[in-house]
Structures are given as structure tokens and as C-alpha cells.
Design a protein around this ligand. Structure first.
Ligand SMILES: Cc1cc2nc3c(=O)[nH]c(=O)nc-3n(C[C@H](O)[C@H](O)[C@H](O)COP(=O)(O)O)c2cc1C
Length: 210
């Protein structure tokens, strides 16, 4: 049992946090990206499967590889962000379960022989991990701009070796095993360029108590 977070923390994580499209000219260090991963890795995934794989694009060169896959409205947002994270999922996540879930080898076997469960688990849990990334980023003082307006197949081909099973540089992202889920720009947002917050559903509209 923990004490609730104070109002300032809740504002930073939720109430005052916004989606950003314009960025201050302030870099994000690799050390901050490591801190980000070392927070987002802790919240739960099913059977501790941890299927998310993340590519942090930090250079102009890396961003240019992403450009052709972006919907037109998202190009400037990505090109001007200090960092763009490609949040992907590894369909072979179960191969790491001897480390991640060592007490029950049957879970690994179950995923290995049930492709539908494998894919559902990878998508669901990498999406959760993407949300954890957003909250971890906010807790470190970063701002986020999540994006799904892009061509997943193009990103998978360019960055994850889809269709190039023999690609030589795929040690970390074995060709064809990793698929993109969504993008998240990271940096320090220019709050002066925000539009007013859109409304949210009330408790009564979104929830019911049984
Ligand atoms: C998964 C996801 C995909 C999104 N895709 C896009 C996108 O392609 N382009 C865009 O401009 N905004 C995109 N958004 C931003 C949302 O429109 C924004 O987060 C939402 O309106 C809430 O804004 P707020 O956080 O400022 O209240 C996306 C957000 C999420 C979570």
C-alpha cells in the first residue's frame, strides 16, 4: 500500500500533460533515454512477456529513413522532434521467456505453438508498454507526441527488415520478427503552441458500476 501521489505529480502525469507537436530547441540525452527505459520496463505485461522493442531515432539521417512512411500531417512533427521512438513488438518475444518467466517453461511453449495468441499478446502488451513509455517520459520531465498516422509496412521494411530475411544488420531486430506499433515523439514541448485541450468523457459516459 502506497501513499497517493501529490497534486503536482498528478498534474505532471495526467491533468496538465498534453500531446505536443512543436518542440523547444533542447536536446534529449541518451542517458535520459536509458532512464526512460529503466522506468517503463517495470509496469506489468502478461506472463512478464515484455514484447515491446524500441528504436530511438535521434539523428537527421535516421529521421529521413522514416519520412517516406509518414502521413503528410505528421512529417514536420517528426522531423523537428529531438527524438522519435518507434515502438514495435517482437513476435518471437517468447524466446526470451526462459529469462523473463523461468519458473513456468510451459508459457513459452504455449506462445511458440499458438501463433494467434502470440500475436495478440505481442500487440496488446507492446501497446501497454507504449503507454508506460508516455507516463515514464512525463515523469522524467519530457513531453510526448504519439503518432499512428504512418505506413506500418514501410516502417517494418525500412527498420525491421521485413521482406529482407537475410539482411546482415538484423542482430538486434531479427528480420521479419519485429513489427511497428506506433511512434512517439519525445522532447521538451513548446507549450505556447498548444491548442485548448479537447473534452474527455465523464465517468458516467465511460464507466458503470456493477
Ligand atoms: C496511439 C495514438 C496515435 C495518435 N496519432 C496521431 C497522429 O497520427 N497525428 C497526430 O497529429 N496526433 C496523433 N495522436 C495525438 C492525439 O490526437 C492526442 O493525443 C489527443 O487528441 C489528446 O491530446 P492531448 O493529450 O493534448 O489532450 C495520437 C495519439 C495516440 C495516443
Amino acid at each position: 500500500m502506497n501513499d497517493p501521489l501529490d497534486d503536482h505529480a498528478l498534474d505532471v502525469l495526467f491533468r496538465e500533460a498534453r500531446t505536443h507537436s512543436y518542440w523547444l530547441d533542447r536536446p534529449v540525452s541518451d542517458e535520459v533515454l536509458r532512464q526512460l527505459y529503466d522506468l517503463m520496463k517495470f509496469p506489468p505485461t502478461s506472463a512478464n512477456s515484455s514484447p515491446a522493442r524500441i528504436l530511438f531515432l535521434r539523428t537527421r539521417e535516421a529521421k529521413e529513413r522514416l519520412r517516406p512512411a509518414l502521413s503528410s500531417g505528421n512529417v514536420e512533427k517528426v522531423m523537428t522532434a529531438p527524438v522519435t521512438a518507434i515502438i514495435g513488438f517482437d513476435l518471437r518475444f517468447y524466446e526470451k521467456m526462459t529469462k523473463l518467466f523461468p519458473h513456468n517453461p510451459r508459457m513459452r511453449e504455449l506462445f511458440a505453438k499458438t501463433p494467434e495468441l502470440m500475436e495478440t499478446t505481442a500487440r496488446r502488451n507492446s501497446t501497454l508498454q507504449g503507454a508506460y513509455l508516455i507516463l515514464a517520459a512525463r515523469s522524467l520531465g519530457l513531453d510526448c507526441g504519439p503518432l499512428s498516422g504512418f505506413d506500418n509496412a514501410k516502417v517494418d521494411e525500412e527498420f525491421f527488415g521485413a521482406g529482407h530475411e537475410q539482411a546482415a544488420d538484423q542482430e538486434f531486430f531479427p528480420a521479419g520478427h519485429v513489427k511497428s506499433n506506433f511512434l512517439c515523439n519525445l522532447g521538451y514541448g513548446d507549450a505556447s503552441r498548444l491548442h485548448p485541450r479537447l473534452p474527455r468523457l465523464t465517468f458516467e459516459e465511460a464507466c458503470s458500476l456493477l
